[in-house]
Design a protein around this ligand. Structure first.
Ligand code: HEM
Length: 133
């Protein structure tokens, strides 16, 4: 029985997930799910998906503690005016969760990754949060 806890495993999440190659394939798989979701696909109708995948790779890799620098626009600027609601954000994260489940990660690692991205919720969501003011 493992006695590991929060700080389980060696190295960064980036290393544990399998490095650059794994993060690239994670981003591929993830956007395949997002674009196949009729409630999300329209947001990406005018997006340059190649650039988006590249930026998301950097963003994920950096967020997971990898030796990569994010060179894209600030997250708040990239999503400004897209009118993304909390429910859209939640579906997006659900697809990420489903994608992560295909990788050899512990449940704790999956939650850690999602928590890191959830730091950006307020930068991404701009519509229908149900929170007034
Ligand atoms: C934590 C959650 C999210 C993160 C970390 C994230 C990250 C990013 C990044 C790094 C970019 C590229 C920025 C650049 O071009 O310089 C981007 C662009 C974009 N994101 Fe997100 N995103 C998140 C959630 C969402 C959600 C929920 C949606 C829609 C439902 C969305 C829709 C888009 C679109 C449409 C673009 C392209 C904008 C354009 O080309 O002008 N994102 N996002």
């Amino acid at each position: 029985m493992s006695t590991t806890s929060h700080s389980e495993g060696q190295g960064s999440l980036f290393d544990r997930i399998g490095g650059a190659k794994a993060v690239r394939s994670l981003v591929e798989d993830f956007y395949a799910l997002v674009l196949a979701d009729p409630s999300l696909a329209h947001f990406f109708a005018h997006a340059d998906m190649n650039k988006l995948r590249r930026m998301q790779y950097e963003m994920f890799a950096a967020a997971l503690g990898g030796p990569v620098k994010y060179t894209g626009r600030p997250i708040v600027h990239a999503h400004h005016g897209l009118n993304i609601a909390l429910v859209d954000y939640q579906r997006f994260v659900q697809h990420l969760f489903d994608t992560l489940a295909k990788f050899p990660l512990s449940e704790q690692d999956c939650y850690d990754i999602i928590s890191r991205l959830n730091l950006y919720t307020n930068d991404v969501v701009s519509a229908g949060t149900g929170i007034v003011g």
